[in-house]
Design a binder for this molecule. Sequence first.
Ligand code: P6P
Length: 339
Amino acid sequence: MSKKIITLTRHIIEEQRKFPEATGKFTDLMNDIAFAAKLISYHTNKAGLMDILGETAETNVQGEVVKKLDAFANETMINALDHGGHTCVMACEEEEDIIPIPDQYPLGKYVVLFDPLDGSSNIDANVSVGTIFSIYTRVTPDGRPGTVEDCLQPGVKQVCAGYVIYGSSTMLVYTTGNGHGVHGFTLDPSYGEFILSHPNIQIPKKAKIYSVNESNFDFWDQSIKNYVHYIKQIDKATGRPMNSRYIGSMVSDVHRNLLYGGIFLYPASSKAPQGKLRLIYEANPMAFIVEAAGGKASDGKNRILDIKPEKLHQRVPLFIGSEEDVTMVEEFIAGKRTK
Ligand code: P6P
């Protein structure tokens, strides 16, 4: 008998049945995100053939040169999410301020934060990149446009988080938390559907891989130097040191570590006192996913999801992945161990 095909839409509808009060608006929202992902996937896969490689003349709020493909991804996400009547406000890496819903469209209760194309500096080298999204329900009164307050909620309040990775295949991974698991869907381009391919992803408790940009070594705090030096020693249990894998595209690095077991580190340094990764549309959604898969995410001292954001684009040191390894790096940072 052929294997039952579970599409993303069917999975979300079946999930929605667990919430009697659900109105179907979340399903609509997720379908709009999936549509945006299909468009971005198509253009990412064609990037080498179309005039969307290379750079625009613009720089974004981060001061980074905007690549044509991430400008396209940004517009695609905004255009997909601004008219469905499920969202009251958005914010993203590419826009300095919040993104209001145009007056001609109805408002909904959801808040969507996103990084349209994480890792975009790798695009021209054909390295996997990803879209990251984080969904909340609004905290300001209904009936009026959402505000920055709706976008600055602690990550623990997320109702959904996910990412799309545009790699050897296009995969959408999402969770609604609350013990409902983390699920991966692979895009079948022959009929344009995301098909359940990785149900109930669980990250191994012990990492086999560490992912960090070691060129920052001299700029790290001594505790981080001690930790990285320690994990490069031969592990008596395995007879070898941990494997080093670093793509420079966080979605790709965290996705691989989620499946195989690993820890991704982007510590603070004298070059980047708050680290590099942004809290509300990179660290929080990835932390929500990794925790739902049995892992851990910390800024070195605090649970990422407990941090109250103060600014849209604030950065945070990030240690995320297998639980035992994130706990160990916290012990090094607390000075409880030096080797
Ligand atoms: P570095 C991509 O620009 C990004 O935001 C993450 O996807 C990635 O993990 C990190 O920056 C890479 O930064 O300093 O190691 O090149």
